[in-house]
Design a protein around this ligand. Structure first.
Ligand SMILES: NC(=O)c1ccc[n+]([C@@H]2O[C@H](COP(=O)([O-])OP(=O)(O)OC[C@H]3O[C@@H](n4cnc5c(N)ncnc54)[C@H](OP(=O)(O)O)[C@@H]3O)[C@@H](O)[C@H]2O)c1
Length: 300
């Protein structure tokens, strides 16, 4: 570790990936500042962290005046913007410009895999790609070294305990039963983020890491659910139109319709496990079975 004299700023640190990232960095005894709209919730989320390592700042993505005051003294920024905001490109660009102007040297951006899909064919993936470019443009405004590390996770395993929870004995999707699909554990994303944020910046320079923990088919997913929950699960392949209709009922208040269309119609190209995860984490990537076993209480 090379960051004993550094302080890391975390945006999006109280959510799914962020909380795990903050805890992984704190375990390395590196001081952290977390932005949150609800500091008391953040303090209780991180009650296990040594108070001398953690500062919580009250604010949201648009509080640029607050960020301008608090960024100086930090060397790195973890940047995660919830896509539900709908202004990811503008918000990430504005925060990146401010961060680099304040002396931050490295931004680790929680982006997304492009899944091999052409730009503009998928709305949300395109927003991530354009946001990556906005951050890279902000870095290019400076003559001295500014690093941008783009983390590009595929499908979060967390989705299976939040947005796409299985039913009691079956689950639906549009894939062929033996079609491969990529999954990433939030613990693996957080582990890689913490590794990069506490490693020498030059080791990662400006680069991107595609992140997939496991590639499985719906048939294999059914077998995993059966083992984890101790009852028989089956996969039901439905049409994109039926899936769009089902997802619209559950996600329309959270995601733009265009995102729901993309989820219902998405075809992933060349899914493969990211071999680098084990180099950074010193262990194999977390399997879906291990993740679901640890989160069994969240399943039906
Ligand atoms: N789900 C997937 O399969 C998938 C795949 C690839 C990429 N992604 C990307 O991953 C990201 C989501 O990650 P996640 O699941 O960890 O997110 P999350 O759990 O929804 O966390 C959101 C975080 O953002 C903060 N936040 C929300 N609104 C805010 C605002 N207005 N101002 C400041 N902070 C705000 C929350 O902090 P407070 O509430 O404390 O303020 C919280 O820490 C998105 O960019 C998504 O596109 C997701």
């Amino acid at each position: 570790m090379s960051v004993t004299n550094e302080r890391i700023f975390i945006i999006g640190g109280t959510g799914n990936v962020g909380e795990r990232t903050v805890k992984a960095i704190a375990a390395k005894k590196v001081p952290i500042t977390v932005l949150s709209r609800d500091p008391s919730k953040a303090q209780s989320t991180f009650s296990s962290i040594d108070a001398s390592l953690l500062t919580v700042v009250k604010g949201g993505y648009d509080d640029l005046d607050t960020l301008k005051q608090v960024f100086p003294g930090h060397t790195r920024l973890f940047l995660l913007i919830n896509h539900a905001l709908g202004r990811m490109v503008q918000v990430k660009g504005a925060i990146a410009r401010l961060a680099f102007a304040s002396g931050i040297k490295q931004i680790v951006d929680l982006s997304s895999s492009g899944f091999g899909i052409p730009l503009y064919d998928n709305y949300l993936l395109t927003q991530h790609t354009l946001a990556e470019q906005a951050i890279l443009d902000a870095a290019a405004d400076h003559d001295d070294d500014r690093y941008v590390v783009l983390l590009r996770p595929t499908r979060f395993m967390t989705n299976l305990v939040t947005y796409y929870r299985p039913g009691l004995n079956d689950f639906e999707d549009t894939l062929d039963p033996d079609e491969k699909q990529s999954w990433i554990s939030p613990n693996d994303i957080a582990g890689v983020a913490a590794y990069v944020l506490t490693d020498a910046m030059a080791n990662h320079a400006t680069s991107a890491y595609e992140l997939t923990s496991q590639v499985i088919t719906p048939t294999e997913r059914a077998a995993i659910l059966s083992r984890v929950l101790g009852r028989s699960y089956t996969y039901r392949q439905i049409s994109p139109a039926d899936y769009f209709s089902t997802l619209s009922q559950s996600l329309a208040n959270y995601l733009p319709i265009r995102c729901i269309y993309d989820i219902a119609t998405m075809v992933e190209h060349t899914p493969h496990v990211s071999r680098g995860i084990s180099i950074f984490l010193g262990r194999e990537p977390e399997t879906l079975e291990a993740f679901l076993t640890a989160n069994k209480h969240l399943l039906p």
